[in-house]
Design a protein around this ligand. Sequence first.
Ligand code: WT7
Length: 630
Amino acid sequence: MEAYEAQWNKAKDQPEVFWSAIAAHFQWKKPWNKVLEWNFEEPCIRWFEGAQLNITENCLDRHLDSIGDQAALVWEPNDPSEPFQSLSYRELHQEVETAAAMLRMHGIKKGDRVCIYLPMVPELAIAVMACARVGAIHSVVFGGFSAQSIADRINDAQCNLVICSDGAFRGSKTIPMKSTVDDALDRCPSVNKVLVLTRSRSAVSMIKTRDFWWKEEFEKAKEKRAELGYAEVMEAEDPLFILYTSGSTGKPKGVVHTTAGYMVWANYTFVNAFQFQPGDVHFCTADIGWITGHSYILYGPLSAGATSLMFEGVPSWPDARRFWQIVEKHRVQLFYTAPTAIRSLMGSPYRPSENDLSSLRVLGSVGEPINETAWQWYKDEVGGGRLPITDTWWQTETGGIMICPIPGITPEKPGKATLPLPGIVPVLFNEKGEELHALQSSGNLCIKAPWPGMLRTTWGDHERCKNTYFSAYPGNYFTGDGCERDADGYYKITGRVDDVLNVSGHRIGTAELENAINQFTDVVESAVVGYPHEIKGQGIYAFVILNRTPEDPALIKQDILATVSRLIGPIAKPDEILFVEALPKTRSGKIMRRILRKIAEGQPEAIGDTSTLLDPDVVKAILEASQNKP
Ligand code: WT7
């Protein structure tokens, strides 16, 4: 603990000294001139200015002499009867070089944007790293997003090339991927090439001169590997990737991470938050379509020389033992999952201890607040009561873990993310914008100073970055989260304070969701709120006004779900839909979500004052409707 405190103080008082010592462990083509330059007004954040590097050399090339034959990636397929795959650092390096040559043969060069829409197969990792190798900016879109969402993301970033698969396996289902991309591409003039990987061998349309089979192109690229597989020289602040995330307005924003700072942060946080030891197998159950997969399946573990385990399937198929079987089979040391997965497995008749989990050393949690019951189950049933749990709080925007206990060092408290990592200076503010100095406080969580992994901008709209993160509390980065700090200085993140929901650890903006619902032909208006959901953490509750009384309400609900699925994706489907005559609005026309939230939570007694409403009777009508709900 003393060492942690010393490190934290050093990083705070002398950030340039602290981070240049950490950065010295990486492979640079040219050293930096200045460690850090910043202001949060513009905002302008520059780490390791003047340095040149390629992140894939740090993740692959530099390990070849020491651990070239060690597994870099272990891939566990959806179907346990299919054999797993293992790629050594040497093999992965070759694959990435070949894929980089393939991209270059298709005209991709530094600065181009490439959209990746793939299931969790090794080629996803290879495609991402190949982009980084040629300096193309990758934009990975999670496989659960719709054609419209893919199109929005492709158009916002003006991607030239898309990498997708024919289909995907998820549990017992086969999901179409290429046909979804085809629908998207009808609206995407910037895309002129598509590389199609075969996974499910589903029938797909292939358009001459635009669509190419990954397998064939990859074969052709093998001959060009030496010539075209080289690592592009990247400036420290060149963008590495864009990752879209929902916010409080209707349109998702492209969070931009750059090269050197992100690399240092992903690596530093991986090594410290999991107390990584050489030889460790790290199993992060997230999808590479989210930031967790970017930082803790790919860049963090690979830059550290870990063995990273990639799982294609779902925790519940063929049955709820899957995670534990994988841990046993691959002798996993570090296991990182989300509270929603833990809660869903808690109800299963199988106990984790029926599998041999003795290889495990550290358990991690991420994505949403972990309730104490789930924390305790994780501790006792998975950790045998002895393993440390690191509850890691962070965001797409932060690039890596920000607040978490150091396993085996920081004394834990169930449900608390505990203390900030070195380099992170959290501060709390009240509604009036005053900083809360008392140790025991509760307020909105901000970060006072820059850290290497923070976002630099939102793609194509720097103003939006400034307004969203740097305007609410000038001079600070605003996280959008509410937070409690206790007498020991421990942080407990309580959830979003903006209109963003966290459903199964995935972020969904209510405005985006309402836009989608409002597209349905018979909808006049809608309002969406979150409510506590036993498994998902938060469920989605939609209050909907129709332009007529539905003959078959159940069918209309199905239609609305289909509409949301079509526009955003199945992950955004509301759990509850209530048809109402009117929504509670203030005299200025603002929907009072606080009231809807109480109704959704089933706590009408807590609604409180409704006198500021234009028509307080509306609340009574909604309550009645909710009580008569079929
Ligand atoms: C939001 C970020 C972090 C990668 C996955 C989600 C919530 C995340 C925790 C935690 C409480 C958490 C926050 C945050 N969150 N981790 N350990 N305890 N809340 O990334 O989609 O960018 O969502 O997830 O509300 O703001 P994301």
